[in-house]
Design a protein around this ligand. Structure first.
Ligand code: FDA
Length: 311
């Protein structure tokens, strides 16, 4: 129930305007977000690379309804790719199709995405299309499969969410086509008709799909901080003789740094998703929904600040 409420609030711009003014909320966002500028994001990648981890940079922002906003996002991604290339950093980019104008016009989004993927291909790097809520699953897979992968098979990949009932079939399709998949549990509020309501079912589906991708997939990205699942993955590759360079673990900036360091020390490939920008509210709220203890901390801080302000 609490998770559903937080995810509902993540979609409320008025609340963002209120929260954005709060110093402590901004402070908490800083735990999950590398900063508001490209320079801050690049610095975060430099630090990760120095520790042996790679990165995927995400310009925060989603649900854009104006063409000019989508164009601005494209320019930011092109600038970002140029910086990554010029500074020889080991980083991909991740993006959301709604930030590129999917809600304005599908053709606009395809053309915007093509510009970014073409630049990535020229620089021999990689674009990951994040997966958003289930209203976008089908169209995201369609844009990926029909418009991007045929021309740039090595430069673009997709995300599948184990929470969705359809995902086992999508995993098989990806194995058949050779698509590169990031597997995650899924961060959005979804109806029980299409998603597993129980976390244990999501976890079980994740493990099943992860094993299929490890055995048959094309360099899968296992995006999770779940220690039990990570242990299971490592046990599985040892049993099957799968080399650790055939896949990577992926985690979010600011979450389980101890585990991130451990994986790198153990010789595993680790990519850290590094979001940055001013539109951090929906991203922060999804991170709070995953761990409501974070919310209790933030609410307490905001209330204390309001009370102090009134004195
Ligand atoms: P789970 O939620 O079971 O958490 C396992 C443990 O991780 C917790 O016990 C805690 O220790 C730690 N943890 C997890 N979340 C935390 C938090 N917010 N704060 C503090 N600790 C936390 N989703 C999506 O729908 N589309 C996408 O494109 C992506 N992309 C993506 C990329 C990468 C690199 C990652 C790691 C995740 C995503 N996700 C995503 C988010 C994903 O779907 C999921 O919501 C989170 O990863 C949390 O799930 P876990 O697998 O970590 O397990």
């Amino acid at each position: 129930m609490l998770r559903k409420t937080i995810l509902y609030l993540s979609d409320q711009p008025k609340i963002f305007r209120f929260v954005k003014r709060n110093r402590l909320a901004r402070g908490l966002a800083r735990r999950f977000v590398a900063g508001e500028t490209i320079d801050e994001a690049i610095e975060a990648v430099r630090q990760l690379n120095a520790t042996g981890a790679t990165a995927s940079l995400d310009v925060l922002g989603e649900s854009v309804y104006e063409e000019h906003e989508a164009q601005a996002t494209v320019e930011q991604y092109l600038m970002l790719l140029d910086r990554i290339h010029a500074e020889r950093l080991n980083s991909h980019v991740s993006l959301k199709l709604t930030a590129l104008g999917l809600d304005v016009r599908k053709e606009l989004c395809i053309s915007n995405l093509s510009r970014i993927v073409e630049r990535a291909a020229l620089q021999d790097t990689f674009v990951r299309i994040d997966m958003e809520g289930s209203d976008y699953t089908e169209v995201t897979l369609e844009i990926f499969e029909q418009y991007m992968r045929p021309s740039f098979p090595g430069n673009v990949g997709i995300v599948l969410q184990s929470a969705l009932r359809r995902t086992s079939q999508d995993v098989e399709n990806a194995i058949r086509s050779g698509a590169r998949v990031r597997l995650c549990k899924g961060a959005y509020k979804e109806p029980a008709s299409i998603a597993y309501p129980d976390k244990s079912d999501v976890d079980e589906a994740y493990v099943r799909q992860m094993k299929r991708l490890l055995e048959m997939g094309n360099y899968p990205g296992l995006a999770t901080h779940d220690e039990t699942i990570i242990t299971e993955a490592r046990k599985f590759i040892a049993e099957k003789g799968i080399s650790p360079d055939k896949f990577e673990f992926q985690m979010l900036h600011g979450i389980r740094r101890d585990l991130q360091e451990q994986l790198v020390r153990d010789g595993m490939n680790l990519r850290v998703y590094v979001p940055f920008g001013t539109q951090w509210y929906p991203y922060l709220m999804r991170r709070l929904a995953e761990r409501p203890a974070n919310l209790a901390f933030m609410t307490g801080s905001i209330v204390r600040e309001i009370v102090r302000g009134k004195r």
